[in-house]
Design a protein around this ligand. Sequence first.
Ligand code: 26Q
Length: 821
Amino acid sequence: EQTRSHSRTGMDPDSIRRGIVDHLRYSIGRPAATLRPEHYYRALALAVRDRMQDNRVASTRTSLELGHKVVCYFSAEFLMGPQLGVNLLDLGIEAAAATALAELGQDLDEVLACEEEPGLGNGGLGRLAACYLDSLATLERPAIGYGIRYEYGIFDQEIRDGWQVEKTDNWLVAGNPWEIAKPDVSYRVGWRGYSEHYRDAGDVDRVRWVPGRVLRGVAYDTPVQGYDVRTCNVLTLWSAHAVDSFALAAFNTGDYYKAVEDEVNSETVTKVLYPNDEPEAGKRLRLLQQYFFVSCSLQHILHILDDLAGTSVRALPERFAVQLNDTHPSIAVAELMRLLVDERRLDWDEAWAITVATFGYTNHTLLPEALETWPLAMFDESLPRHLEIIYEINRRFLDEVRAAFPGDEARLRRMSLIGEEGGKTVRMAHLATVGSHAINGVAALHTELLEHSVLADFYQLWPERFGNKTNGVTPRRFLARANPGLRELLDATIGPGWLTDLDRLRELEPFADDPTFQRQWREVKRGNKARLARYVHEHTGIELNPDWLFDIQVKRIHEYKRQHLNVLHIVTLYHRLKQDPDATIAPRAFVFGGKAAPGYFLAKRIIKLINAVGERVNNDPDVNRFLRVAFVPNFNVQNAELIYPAADLSEQISTAGKEASGTGNMKFMMNGALTIGTLDGANVEIRDEAGPENFFLFGRTADEVEQIKRDGYRPADYVDGNPELAAVLGLIGDGTFTHGDTEVLRPVVDNLYRDDPFLVLADYAAYLEAQERVSAAWADSAGWTRMSIYNSARSGKFSSDRAIAEYCDDIWDVGPVPVPK
Ligand code: 26Q
């Protein structure tokens, strides 16, 4: 290992070239004449993985042998994005790899483009998990990400005739060079059946679960390299398989044939990622997915403890901190109790103390329709023993509430783990809260609202357990990798330290009005806009001019995120230009991207609306001199890296109180976009950091939104009081954008006019006014550039390194464990 620069895992161009050549020969196995860039991609990826694997071995040895605590991040989603580029960056071998490939007649960028991204997440929550793994490794904290190895990730989106069409994401077809299958790391996971009371050898009454079905989970490990450190952590994803034999003891002959007919075919459990925002949630298979990965992960953790000689399960909270990424893994609370009480035979109180000391819970939503509950009957049939355990947790918990708030029956009903309204349910947010020593929201405003709305009763009982952890994003991927032009300018201006200490971007402030620096800043931005324009042209045929203001909204399509408010602005401008042939406006390119849940009717109509307006605007010579509208198909991590750096203006226009945090808002800010936004989620903190003069604020506050709703919101009043708004809705409804079809967009208009649950119309006038301020500011190029520089310079807080340092200090109690180089 001392001579690694001459070994097969050296970091110099020669060693890397030999690594590639070796893998082409021994791992790819194709005649030299038939080798294409994708083969070089796989060979380089394997060579890079080898180098990370050396670090991984050293990291495991250091953390486990020296007895350090390990962070376990439980998440149903990890939206990792392409791995090759960041891994080269983290290992410091981008230039060496480019040289090695060049010697083999290959171009690094072309090779990088061959990677199929693992889309194992829906959006913000899954991407946050990936950023956190990056920061954990970079901050040298021992960590394991635990999740599900979906065979099909989030669907690929195509746009046909303006509509979203879903294609299955078969990301594993070409193989995945980053993962290592560990068939020997395998656990059995039960399902259904019944629980049985018995007397053990010591004459103690015990319970055991006799599952009706059993499946097997197999670990697939992906290394997670830290930046410029030896630390290499791991992401363990579980894949479901049939147990070796179907002839289980618990099966009689009848059960056997029934099992074969049964809907649960083992392999289907990890087949596909469920989209969020599906109207029909509460699917049995989704519950099984959650339980499956949680059970495998907890068994694995207890197994690691067993392997550490002399470490009893009682030491669990000293050796492992388990974070629950929303309620999706919250069944872990009941499963750990079952493992400790039923299998390890601890008494209840001791097991409960261990459980609460082990778990932390991060909440990501306040929307009532997004809070996870399971129908009690389904839960009982699927996990009968876990339901008994939940009842016992609930019984003891409600005793505690009764003692703290005597005689408050309403409070008991509100806090129970079992919901009674509209059929009995298991409330997973309550289970996660009761089973955790730390509960956090993901932005200051969100945490505040959590403490005073959804979890108010719990906050009153245990205020000390609550805290805020404002989200963050990794500057390695979303600045250094995504924006090479800016990276170079930053390195040249303030030196390279910013990449691991993002607060140092403040050192840019003295240059904010420097004409030379401003010119360089604008050149970088223009280059990024030209790069995005090429991509948009290639994928949509739409031409965008990089000298225009790039106004961008990319995120999942949802009513609360209000993409349709953005469209109302565009249609207003269209209307003004059509009304007055002499009118001129600062030219703008509107760019949208995002997926709608396949079953979310209105979200799909909003995509159609954007594309319909775009088609009309882009082809009308009266307006296309000033306006263009592009919808980038299939927004994902890969094209996100082209999009964020190209933005002048970041659209963060959700109804106040609805967006827990947002993380795209942070990626835009780092890359020098100005934000037009509401006081929602982390926008509040972005504005605080940037300074209110560098942020375009508009709209009702969360309190005002609630007030308006309480008073009985009547959206039609806003239309009646605003002729321009009436005209704009009229144009959308009358077929102007749909070749005369008055039906297609009718549901969107009707919904706004009649319900408008997210107050689009109430915020319309304020939004237009804020957009006027944007246009005025854009006219002053030096002023805009200064504001852009200030936004980047003051984005340090939104590094995931800051967020992870806070989790480590306040919740996990995990310090750095340097791995010697
Ligand atoms: C639940 C049940 C059944 C099927 C799917 C789901 C499901 C899956 C994913 C529900 C929600 C999600 C994802 C939620 C999410 O991404 N939330 C976002 O989390 C970000 C990180 O904290 C925040 O920045 C965003 O504000 C929040 O919307």
